[in-house]
Design a protein. Structure first.
Length: 372
């Protein structure tokens, strides 16, 4: 029987999808739960005879440490440590993309100058440099996710205050990251790309994440964003850009699966129509949120079918269908700015159901290629 290891620090519906797919294909799954210190939970004895390990740690620091340990034992890991490292640091991702011709937002990064943040004597000069981006400015942690710590700043007083209150933390350990504000058409994109040992990198699926209100610039589904599946076969430009961006991060690797985030630049584009249908879509999607909330205490596999039925109802609604057409029309007129990559992305609830593609199958495809 084929074997695969699953490293995790929290078992979510995403890992449950991998478990279900492994069971369906007859894989023997070895559960490898880790906490800190990771080394104590991943001795070499637990990795013996594993042809491949899936690294699904939610904590970026644990994911990095687990990936290093697994590769040091000579075992293939999804994703490879190099990819894990790049995706964990927004600055490294942006530098690599920018240096290789990928369209990215403009940004400024200032390393902390003191043990607890910035020296008071340097804050004004740092603010001068950041202001070259123009207001508003978006400040975000370099290692954060799910929209945590992302703030829009509209003037110098708030910028100075943010600099003074910026201190080293687990999600922002080394400095202050400011990015130009990109006027989005009410949504951004998440595109999944993958590479198998016996194949070429390709786009797997994608969703638009729509803000429930024009006043909310953040679109993360954890903060109320509404998922909408993308018909990527109708937009070869997006597919090409995603493949190019993915190739840069997966360069030198033989396998991997990552999520890439891009912001459509809507300057000069009329996107007001989208908010005609957002309220109704949001109301319908709230039913899905309630379903998830009411069932999260139970094993995911016991209510997965209810989730799928709810998404079918949501996606067949007139408001969803009209909003889907508007999103694709808007994308024809927008340039994309690629700004972030994720190695341990969530997908079971929103991406899988909105796009119709299950990334767990791609994980197991990689495992099958590596097992033979």
């Amino acid at each position: 029987m084929n074997r695969v290891g699953l490293v995790y620090d929290k078992l979510t519906s995403d890992e449950e999808e991998i478990i279900l797919e492994a069971e369906r294909r007859g894989f023997q799954l070895r559960y490898l739960f880790v906490k800190n210190p990771v080394q104590a939970y991943l001795p070499s004895s637990k990795l013996i005879d594993l042809p491949v390990v899936f690294n699904r740690c939610e904590s970026k620091r644990r994911a990095l440490e687990a990936g290093r340990i697994i590769e040091d034992n000579g075992i293939p890991v999804v994703n490879p440590f190099k990819v894990e490292y790049l995706c964990a640091d927004k600055i490294e991702t942006l530098k690599l993309w920018f240096n290789n011709g990928i369209n990215t937002p403009r940004w400024v990064y200032a390393s902390f100058t003191g043990r607890d943040g910035f020296l008071d004597s340097e804050i004004e000069d740092i603010a001068d440099e950041i202001e070259k981006l123009g207001y508003p400015i978006v400040v975000k942690p370099t290692m954060g996710s799910w929209g945590r710590g992302v703030v829009k700043i509209d003037d110098r007083c708030k910028l100075i205050e943010a600099l003074r209150n910026s201190h080293p933390s687990p999600i922002n350990p080394d400095g202050f990251f400011a990015q130009e504000y990109v006027e989005k058409p009410g949504f951004d994109l998440r595109i999944l790309v993958g590479l198998k040992p016996r194949g070429d990198i390709k786009v797997l699926c994608g969703i638009a994440r729509i803000s429930p209100s024009p006043k909310e610039f953040r679109t993360n589904t954890h903060l109320g964003g509404i998922p909408l599946g993308l018909k990527l076969d109708e937009n070869s430009k997006i597919v090409k850009e995603a493949v190019d961006a993915g190739k840069i991060l997966l360069n030198g690797c033989k396998w991997g699966v990552i999520a890439l985030d891009a912001m459509p630049d809507a300057r000069g584009v009329d996107y007001s129509m989208i908010y005609r249908y957002v309220p109704e879509c949001n109301n319908l999607f709230q039913q899905i949120r309630r379903l998830v909330e009411e069932n999260k205490q139970y094993r995911y596999r016991s209510w997965k079918h209810l989730l799928e039925d709810a998404f079918l109802k949501y996606k067949s609604s007139e408001a969803y269908i009209k909003m889907e057409a508007i999103v694709h029309e808007i994308l024809e007129f927008c340039k994309l700015k690629w700004h972030e990559a994720n190695s341990r992305f969530d997908y079971a609830v929103n991406t899988r159901n909105a796009s119709g593609f299950n990334p767990a199958k791609f994980y197991l495809d990689i495992a099958e290629d590596l097992a033979y």
